[in-house]
Design a protein around this ligand. Structure first.
Ligand code: SAM
Length: 241
C-alpha cells in the first residue's frame, strides 16, 4: 500500500513513520510512505498556503490554489488514490473504517493547519475524516494515527497475524483482560484458568471476560457486537444489572 500525506509540516512524519511496526512494514515493502510539502505547489516568494477569511473573523484559512494544484498532479498518477481530508467535521474514525481503508492500494491524506480549509477544497475529497470531537492544531497527527491503525492491518505487518484479529473493536467488543509474568505481584493475582493450560477453557473465559469488560466500560458497543443468542442474553443481563 502507498500512503501519502500533503501538509505544510512534512518533517513531522519522519520519526513516527520510521519507527517500530510502521518502520518494519516499510523496510519489508508492505507500506510505502511519502510526505509531500504543500509549499512545493506555491508560486509566491513566501510560499504561502493560507489567507484571511472572507467576511472577517479570526485566524487564517488554507487556500485553494496549492491544494488543487497538488492534487491535480498527485491524483493523475496510477493507481488513483483515495483522497482523504482531515477535519473535525468529518466522519469519526474507527476500527471498521481502518479495515476499509486497509483495502485500498493508495491513500492520499490532506492535513489542515491554521483555522482549517477553504470550504471549496472539500470538492476534491473522497472522504472527510475526524479523529474525534476535539480540535487538534493540525491534521498531521490525524494522518499518523490513521496510517498507524491501517498499517497494522496490512498482511505481514504484525509478527503474529492473530494479534490484529483478537484486539479491541475487531468483533465489536473490547479486548479481554491480559496478564503476563509474574503470576502474583504485590498480592495481585492472575485468574487461575489462564494458568491451567486448558486452551478451550481459556478461550471460553476470554470471550466471557471480553463481553463483561465491554458491558462495564463501553455498553454502547454491545448493540453492534458479533454475539451468539446466548452471549447476547448474557450481555443484556450484565447491562441491566
Ligand atoms: N476551525 C476548524 C474547526 O473548528 O472545525 C478547526 C481547524 S484545526 C485548528 C486545523 C486542522 O487540524 C484542521 O483543518 C484539520 O486538518 C486538523 N484537525 C483538527 N482537529 C481534528 C480532528 N478532530 N480530526 C481530524 N483532523 C483535525
Amino acid at each position: 500500500m502507498l500512503v501519502e500525506t500533503l501538509s505544510v509540516f512534512p518533517d513531522m512524519f519522519e520519526v513516527p513513520m520510521s519507527t517500530s511496526i510502521i518502520g518494519r512494514a516499510r523496510k519489508k515493502g508492505i507500506l510505502e510512505f511519502k510526505a509531500h510539502n504543500l509549499r512545493d505547489w506555491t508560486h509566491d516568494k513566501h510560499r504561502s498556503t493560507d489567507d484571511e477569511p472572507f467576511g472577517g473573523g479570526q485566524g487564517l484559512l488554507m487556500t485553494c490554489p496549492p491544494i488543487f494544484e497538488a492534487l491535480d498532479e498527485l491524483v493523475s498518477t496510477e493507481p488513483k488514490p483515495l483522497v482523504i481530508f482531515f477535519t473535525p467535521t468529518g466522519q469519526p474514525f474507527d476500527q471498521s473504517m481502518a479495515s476499509e481503508l486497509a483495502g485500498h492500494e493508495r491513500l492520499l491524506m490532506v492535513c489542515g493547519r491554521y483555522e482549517g480549509f477553504d470550504e471549496r477544497v472539500y470538492t476534491l475529497a473522497d472522504r472527510c475524516i475526524s479523529l474525534g470531537d476535539y480540535v487538534l492544531t493540525g491534521g498531521e497527527l490525524a494522518a499518523m494515527v490513521v496510517t498507524d491503525a491501517v498499517c497494522r492491518l496490512l498482511p505481514g505487518a504484525l509478527g503474529d497475524e492473530a494479534s490484529a484479529v483478537d484486539e479491541s473493536f475487531t468483533q465489536g467488543l473490547l479486548e479481554y483482560p491480559q496478564y503476563t509474568r509474574p503470576a502474583e505481584y504485590r498480592g495481585l493475582t492472575v485468574p487461575d484458568v489462564l494458568l491451567s493450560g486448558d486452551h478451550a477453557k481459556v478461550r471460553e473465559w476470554r470471550r466471557k471476560a471480553a463481553i463483561e469488560k465491554t458491558a462495564r466500560l463501553r455498553p454502547d458497543l454491545l448493540d453492534d457486537a458479533w454475539l451468539t443468542d446466548e452471549e447476547r442474553a448474557f450481555a443484556e443481563q450484565l447491562r441491566d444489572s
